[in-house]
Every structure is written in structure tokens, then in C-alpha cells.
Design a protein around this ligand. Structure first.
Ligand code: ATP
Ligand code: MG
Length: 282
């Protein structure tokens, strides 16, 4: 059975300027252990899709249509199931690690709370121990010290590791990661993507990844869906979509990917004559 099964999802947002159809008839599935990526430009509806499926959009702002099931449970027709699934079957890694945690509570305390939410009956001491194990599992340096720290004392990359650890604490079957590395430096990004791959291998969790970065999509995904103006305009195995894009928008995305030219050996380039030797230079 698919971990996530979405059929004809629509999301209408109530905005000051009227009703905006932000998601317009989107269908896709994710099987256990698979990584499926939604890629598209800013404003194409990627986050709205994810937030709608997790039921994180307020009812007075967003009207949902269509069908979606997480682990076989309807999450569109009723809010009842998602409350039980969130933090257990499905976990979210948010877009901005800097603002996702409470600034006035230590990292350890927030982790322990999240752990106790997803593990009923877990004692405070057990939760503290598990928080430490989780920080070790996400390869955070000096984990004991980080547990006592406040969010502002950690870098963006460290905070993202904490958030991934919290998602891990749920032992979720489906992890939703909305631009998990966009707020991070390129070198830190690579470490976080590696960590996500490692976790997936270890836990067998499925991943719904959202990105505007085709390089990230290519590295991480089994399948991709290209989103534009609320619709999926193209989708399939990641290699097929990248090697044989059929939609003009996908080609535009591919063209925007930085390409590495042939490496030029600096020693082979004739040196410029030193400035002071040039005629007229003083
Ligand atoms: N709270 C809101 N009020 C009004 N319009 C909104 C709101 N949130 C999103 N939108 C609109 O919904 C559409 C989809 O936005 P969404 O945030 O899902 O895009 P996205 O693909 O995630 O973009 P990004 O790559 O910038 O994160 C956009 O046109 C956006 O302007
Ligand atoms: Mg977004």
C-alpha cells in the first residue's frame, strides 16, 4: 500500500484579492521507502500542496478538494486522522530551521517534548536519553552541550540536524521535507542531504521532498513531479525527466542549472604580462 496517495487535490486560498487556486488537481503516490520530489519555481504551489496534506492550513484560509490518504487514512475529508498521524506516521522537516524552534526553550527540552508526544507513556528521563541518542544519530557534535543550548546558540546547519532528529524521533513512515537545505550554505547542504539519505536507508522511511533545485532533485529522488502554477506539468523517473524533458517549463528549469565547463588548467593559460611592464603604466 502507498504511504501517500493523492488524487486530484485542489487548494483554494482566500486572499485579499479573491480566491486563488494555488493547487489545481494534483495526483501522485509515494510507496514505502521511496523519495518523490516536487520541483518548481517560487509560488508554483509546492509548499501549499505539502501543508494541505498535513492539514496545516487554517480552514478559513484554505478550502481543500479531492482525495488524499496517508497510510490508508483519509486526510482531506476529515481532520481527525491527520492529528493522530502527525508526529507519528508522518513527520515534517520545515523550510527554515532558524524559526522552527521556540527561541526561549532549550533544544533538549523541545526535543524531549516532541519525543513524549509521539511516545505515550515515555518518562522525562527516557525522553532525555532518547534526545541524546537522536542527536548522536544525526551526527551533531557535542550533543550533550547542544541539548542544554538555546536555538540561537546553534548554527543553521546544526538546527536543521536537530529538526531532522525530531522528525526521526517519530519513527515516521513518511517524512515531508520542504526545502530542507535552502536556508543553508552549500557545504552544509551536502551534509544534510547525506544525512537524509543515510536515515532513509536505515529506517526505510518514504520522503516527500520539495525543492526548486534540480541538482538536489537528481541526487535524492526516485521520481519527480514538475509543478507550475498549481499543476503538475510533467513527472516520472528522475533520469527520464532530466534526460528527456517534454514540457517547455522543465527545459527552462534544466537550462537554469549551472553547467560546469571543461576545466582549464591555469598553468596552460599564457600569463598576462605584469602590469608595471606594460607600456604607459607607472
Ligand atoms: N497565506 C497566503 N495568502 C495568500 N496567498 C498565498 C498564501 N500562501 C501562499 N499563497 C500563494 O499561493 C501560491 C503558492 O504558494 P506556495 O508557497 O505554495 O509556493 P511554493 O512553490 O512553495 O514557493 P516557494 O518556492 O517560494 O516556497 C502563490 O501564488 C502564493 O502567492
Ligand atoms: Mg515553498
Amino acid at each position: 500500500m502507498a504511504v501517500l496517495d493523492v488524487r486530484d487535490l485542489t487548494v483554494d486560498l482566500m486572499t485579499g484579492a479573491g480566491v486563488l487556486r494555488a493547487v489545481d488537481g494534483v495526483s501522485f503516490t509515494i510507496e514505502p521507502g521511496e523519495t518523490v520530489t516536487i520541483i518548481g519555481e517560487s509560488g508554483s504551489g509546492k509548499s501549499t500542496t505539502a501543508m494541505a496534506l498535513l492539514r496545516l492550513l487554517p480552514d478559513d484560509l484554505a478550502v481543500l478538494g479531492g482525495h488524499a490518504e496517508i497510510a490508508g487514512r483519509d486526510v482531506i475529508g476529515t481532520r481527525r486522522h491527520i492529528t493522530a498521524l502527525r508526529g507519528r506516521t508522518v513527520a515534517l522537516i520545515p523550510q527554515d530551521p532558524m524559526t522552527a524552534l521556540n527561541p526561549v526553550t532549550t533544544v533538549g527540552r523541545q526535543m524531549a517534548e516532541a519525543i513524549r508526544l509521539s511516545h505515550r507513556g515515555c518518562t522525562r528521563a527516557e525522553a532525555d536519553r532518547q534526545a541524546l541518542d537522536l542527536l548522536r544519530a544525526v551526527h551533531l557534535s557535542q550533543p550533550e552541550r547542544r541539548l542544554r543550548a538555546y536555538p540561537h546558540e546553534l548554527s543553521g546547519g546544526m538546527l536543521q540536524r536537530v529538526l531532522i532528529a525530531m522528525a526521526l524521533s517519530a519513527e515516521a513512515d513518511l517524512i515531508v521535507a520542504d526545502e530542507p537545505t535552502s536556508a543553508l550554505d552549500v557545504t552544509v547542504q551536502a551534509g544534510i542531504l547525506d544525512l537524509l539519505l543515510e536515515i532513509q536507508e536505515r529506517t526505510g522511511a518514504a520522503l516527500l521532498l520539495i525543492t526548486h533545485d534540480l541538482g538536489v532533485a537528481r541526487l535524492m529522488s526516485d521520481r519527480v513531479h514538475v509543478m507550475q502554477s498549481g499543476r503538475f506539468v510533467e513527472g516520472g523517473e528522475v533520469e527520464d525527466v532530466i534526460d528527456r524533458p517534454t514540457h517547455p517549463y522543465t527545459r527552462k528549469l534544466l537550462d537554469a542549472l549551472p553547467k560546469l565547463g571543461p576545466w582549464q588548467d591555469p598553468a596552460a593559460v599564457p600569463a598576462e604580462p605584469p602590469q608595471l611592464m606594460k607600456e604607459g603604466a607607472v
